[in-house]
Design a protein around this ligand. Structure first.
Ligand code: FAD
Length: 315
């Protein structure tokens, strides 16, 4: 009864969250002495057998590209689960998981836990620790169903590599009766994607107006980072809504999150508190952002940010 890991990819690269899901699935397989398998849909430039280096012994490759739809993927994964007897499905908790995991849970009568932050305890049943209340508390959920689905939070599990090749099995996708049809895919921006970025620089109302936004983008460019903003910044129309991070915006988990002129309201922190390191620049030493920041600079961002950008460019 193998673990099956959904491998999400974009522009020829496996997404960071899926690499973490692979590490999680492989570790779970080792813990319970079973095999870990992967499921990948669509064209991928690398030889799929090489994905064995992430600890999986088999890759199910669903194609062709033209037939990819949520309904077709659900059907194909269902078939793989049934033919391989996989009893645990692992996803990175991203947009794909938010669509596919509940559909699969309903089809497979599977218990589903999202936001997992630790390997399940398997000594007595299957108990998953998950983050609740925007990461302020944890809950332990026991999944009693035969098939279990776990969506893991990003930036919790280290990516691991080993040696070995995976066996590749092609899975034909068939266009099914889709309730939803993708009409067009449009990229919001050519810039680094917020959810995949290793570093995110975000600006808040402390920037005073859109005319000063170059301070954020210059710093982001110097750090090869994605730029983001607090919600009032996008509500005011200074920046587009897809850049707003927080409870009601994009939830991010970069290695470094740098908040510039952001007060650190609880709704903002709820979307960024899974960052490995939080740093802040704020002129108010009592600002709540400093309660969650690992590093902080108290001072005027209009003085600090240009100097910081120049120093990083020179480094
Ligand atoms: P402010 O709170 O105005 O803070 C500006 C900061 O800039 C201050 O700390 C100030 O000291 C500092 N500053 C000013 N000038 C300078 C300077 N020259 N140099 C350095 N620092 C300076 N917000 C989100 O961001 N994301 C969400 O998803 C979100 N969801 C919400 C959902 C709900 C239901 C509600 C009610 C609110 C939500 N909010 C969200 C809004 C949130 O409560 C805050 O109002 C918002 O995060 C504040 O944004 P800010 O920090 O940019 O602005």
């Amino acid at each position: 009864m193998p673990v099956l890991i959904y491998i999400d990819h974009s522009e020829g690269k496996i997404k960071k969250g899926s690499l973490e899901a692979l590490a999680y699935g492989a570790a779970l397989a080792r813990q319970t002495q079973i095999e870990a398998h992967g499921f990948l849909a669509g064209s991928f430039p690398e030889e799929l057998a090489l994905l064995g280096k992430y600890g999986i012994t088999k890759v199910y490759h669903a194609k062709p590209d033209e037939a990819i739809s949520d309904a077709a993927l659900v059907k194909a994964i269902e078939q793989v689960v049934s033919s391989s007897n996989a009893d645990t499905l692992v996803f990175s908790f991203n947009q794909t998981a938010k669509t596919l995991a509940p559909l699969l849970a309903a089809r497979l009568r599977a218990g589903l836990v999202t936001g997992a932050v630790a390997l399940p305890e398997t000594a007595a049943g299957f108990v998953v620790k998950k983050a609740i209340y925007s990461g302020k508390a944890f809950a332990k959920i026991r999944i009693n169903s035969a098939v279990k689905i776990v969506c893991i939070n990003q930036n919790i599990f280290d990516i691991t590599e080993t040696t070995g090749n995976a066996e590749v099995t092609d899975i034909p996708l068939t266009a099914t009766d889709n309730h939803i049809q993708v009409v067009e895919k449009k990229k919001n921006t050519e810039e680094v994607s917020l959810t995949d970025a290793e570093i995110v620089v975000a600006g808040g109302m402390g920037l005073k107006g859109p005319e000063n936004w170059h301070l954020i983008t210059d710093l982001a460019n110097a750090l090869d980072a994605a730029a983001a903003c607090s919600r009032p910044v996008s509500d005011n129309g200074w920046r587009p809504h897809h850049e707003h991070v927080g409870q009601t915006g994009t939830q991010i988990a970069p290695n470094l999150y740098l908040a510039v002129g952001i007060s650190g309201a609880i709704q903002h922190i709820g979307g960024v508190n899974r960052s490995k390191i939080i740093a802040a620049i704020n002129k108010d030493a009592d600002s709540p952002i400093f309660k969650v920041a690992d590093y902080g600079m108290t001072g005027d961002l209009f003085e600090i940010v240009p100097q910081l950008t120049e120093a990083i460019k020179k480094a």
